[in-house]
Design a protein around this ligand. Structure first.
Ligand code: MN
Ligand code: MN
Length: 466
């Protein structure tokens, strides 16, 4: 038993679990890949600020990669590359593999492309004190005070009286105007600042400034409102009544940018969950697989996965059943053998707010994409809680393919919690586990992620599909 000290070190290295910082372990070639991949992701972020735009951009990338549109009833065969669009707000991109789908099932990566934002109400336009405003109703879980005093862009669609659909995206070009939500000056903010943070800006105060010039005719009332309407009419053929059948949102007008002198991080609106949707999409577009693989980019996750475009809608189950039928397979067998990565973001450990995290089980920035065996709150309520067997299988695939990854739990027990689409996919009798990128300032107008984690997520999807 000589050299006891060094054998202890060797033993520790063999027996103890340690997270790896991916920037540290990456080869020079891998580092270049990490940075190159981030450029494509930033372009996707800037083109896709709403679920409609993300869907459109995904379809464009899919078509460029030789994928064609699939409709229910279409024939399918091995090697087919297809995409299925649901109401312009969600898209499933898939490849038919060479394995017998009835024995092998499908490999599904489920992500979402909606993000918290400020939706415009159906009767929104008014003027007061030299300003025209749009009234709003926020979408998803936001800290309302974060959305004041920043440049906002208006995105969405308006269905005109005659049924014609007009698309909006104002505030993204440098020459475009932007929009604004007022906040109170600190000089008069003593009472406001003494209040609870959730109340310092109330929902009905999130009114968006859209104009300020009175229409040049003193005989009418609400002349600033009329100026705004005249511009909308000129540019989009819109009348005030057309807001009734519109879906407009105010989103941050910021572009995705590198953060840090070493450019390790990316700041952007809507990393949650495009930082998973983009890798899911590119993995399926780029990599052939013996399995039948699906990248699902769905809507409405931020408000409970409801509606015709949320993952609880039967359309996705129908699609899987149609694919099975088209390949002559029994859907019940197919889904029982399918596997899913529910790919959504998690909270990155933040030393500035250490108190809410349990450090050992939190995701660390740059230590790779993070697997959450369970989400939910309190006693794992509302959680999918994946089987150890399935976790073990995924872990093995990651190890065999050199994926740097970690596990994560969203904060300390009983501090809060959250859910993802995992439990809805699992309801279909599909083994599912959560895997996604750790985010700093999740749901803020501008969130931060690590380029290393983004690339790790992509690598993890490739390993899962192999
Ligand atoms: Mn999410
Ligand atoms: Mn979210």
């Amino acid at each position: 038993m000589a050299k006891k000290e060094s054998s202890g070190k060797a033993l520790s290295e063999r027996l103890c679990y340690k997270k790896t910082n991916y920037f540290e372990s990456a080869t020079e070639i891998e580092k270049r890949e990490i940075f190159a991949y981030a450029e494509g992701y930033k372009a996707f972020l800037d083109a896709a600020k709403t679920e409609r735009e993300a869907c459109e951009t995904a379809v464009k990338l899919a078509r460029e990669a030789g994928f064609t549109e699939y409709r229910f009833g279409d024939k399918l065969s091995s090697g087919d590359k297809r995409y299925f669009v649901n109401r312009g707000k969600s898209v499933v991109v898939f490849r038919v593999g060479t394995e017998d789908i009835e024995e092998d099932g499908m490999r599904i990566i489920a992500s979402h492309i909606d993000a918290p934002r400020i939706d415009i109400k159906q009767n929104p336009l008014y003027e007061d004190a030299g300003m025209a405003f749009l009234k709003t109703h926020y979408y998803g879980g936001i800290k309302k005070y974060q959305w004041t005093a920043i440049p906002l862009a208006l995105h969405g669609v308006v269905v005109l009286k005659d049924g014609k659909k007009v698309s909006f995206a104002i505030g993204e070009e440098d020459s475009d105007p932007v929009f604004y939500i007022n906040d109170l000056l600190p000089h008069l903010g003593a009472d406001q600042m003494a209040g609870k943070a959730g109340k310092i800006i109330e929902g009905e105060q999130l009114n968006v400034v859209v104009g300020g010039m009175p229409y040049a005719d003193e005989d009418v009332s609400d002349r600033i409102k009329l100026t705004v309407l005249s511009v909308l009419h000129e540019k989009y053929g819109m009348c005030e009544e057309d807001f009734l059948s519109a879906e407009l949102s105010a989103v941050p007008a910021f572009k995705a940018r590198d953060i840090g002198l070493d450019r390790a991080f990316i700041g952007a609106y809507g990393h949650d969950d495009r930082v998973c949707a983009y890798p899911a999409l590119t993995a399926v577009l780029e990599a052939e697989s013996r399995h039948t693989v699906l990248a699902m980019l769905v809507d409405k996750e931020e408000i409970g996965s409801e509606g015709t475009t949320g993952i609880q809608c039967k359309v996705y189950e129908d699609l899987m059943e149609e694919i099975s039928l088209a390949l002559g397979a029994n859907f019940r067998k197919v889904r029982s053998r399918s596997k899913c990565l529910s790919s959504d973001v998690t909270a990155a450990y933040d030393p500035n707010f250490a108190g809410v995290y349990e450090k050992m089980n939190s995701a660390m920035l740059s230590c790779g994409t993070a697997m959450c065996k369970f989400t939910g709150s309190r006693g794992k309520s509302g959680s999918n809680d994946a089987n150890a067997e399935f976790v073990g299988e995924v872990r093995k695939a990651f190890a065999e393919n050199g994926v740097v990854w970690q596990t994560a739990e969203l904060g300390k027990v009983d501090v809060g919690g959250g859910g993802t689409v995992a439990k809805f996919v699992a309801n279909l009798n599909i083994d599912t586990v959560d895997l996604g990128v750790p985010v700093i300032s999740m749901h803020a107008p501008w969130e931060l992620i690590s380029k290393a984690d983004l690339y790790s997520n992509y690598r993890a999807f490739l390993a899962f599909m192999k």
